[in-house]
Design a binder for this molecule. Structure first.
Ligand code: DX5
Ligand code: ZN
Length: 217
């Protein structure tokens, strides 16, 4: 079953405890945490103390998306938090292989993310062999509620062919502007994990389940 990762960037932060509880009963669901440092992206969210608190208040798998410069520092500081997945940006590090190896010591799943303008060729075969997840950004990282970039489908085709040619099994996650209007097409192009922020949260708590299911088709 396809994994859906609601992005808490669009949740009701003043009632975060209730928001976390609302997803506890769902299968194949991760909670997506957008960690931004005001440097790699022009926006700032939350850091270690807040993520740690969240991890202590939910049994749902946590999916951290690090939009930060110097991701090496964050592996070091987040290693005491029970994150299921830790994704950092290819563009933010000189040595992705070393960082994947280090992150693997602490997190069951490690991902690499690429911005919409980053050529697929920048991902070496060695990196593809080492990751559990490839996060393909379908908007410029930094903000929720942006429009989906249509070129993502072509990039997905390229990645899916490469994945098949190498006989690999990593998850392909899409993040940005995902809704029921593009989810089926994304899945048919090889996506296996969909992040959605505004599409899920703007509907209100009574609709969360329906919205999550609608992405799976
Ligand atoms: C954007 C973040 C996304 C964001 C998605 O930089 O990485 O996770 O919350 O929001 P929507 O689904 O509203 O585009
Ligand atoms: Zn994200």
């Amino acid at each position: 079953m396809i994994t859906v990762s609601p992005s808490l960037l669009s949740c009701d932060f003043l009632n975060i405890e209730e928001e976390l509880k609302r997803f506890e009963k769902f299968d194949n669901l991760w909670l997506h945490l957008d960690i931004m440092d005001g440097h790699f992206v022009p926006n700032l969210t939350f850091g270690h103390p807040f993520v740690k608190k969240m991890s202590q208040n939910t049994s749902t798998k946590l999916d951290a998306h690090l939009m930060v410069s110097n991701p090496e520092f964050y592996v070091e500081t987040f290693k005491d938090i029970a994150l299921h997945n830790f994704t950092f940006h290819l563009e933010a590090t000189e040595n992705p292989l070393a960082l994947i190896k280090e992150a693997k010591k602490y997190f069951p799943s490690v991902g690499i993310s690429i911005k919409p303008g980053t050529p697929i060729e920048n991902l070496s075969d060695e990196v593809l062999y080492s990751i559990d997840l490839l996060l393909v950004m379908s908007v410029e990282p930094g903000f929720g509620g942006q429009s989906f970039i249509e070129e993502t489908y072509g990039r997905l085709n390229q990645i899916s062919s490469k994945k098949e040619a190498l006989g690999l099994n990593f998850e392909i996650q899409i993040d940005g502007g995902v809704s029921d209007s593009n989810s089926q097409k994304l899945l048919s192009h090889g996506a296996t994990n969909l992040v959605a922020g505004s599409y899920i949260f703007k509907a209100g708590p009574a609709e969360y389940q329906k919205r999550v299911e609608s992405l799976r088709g």
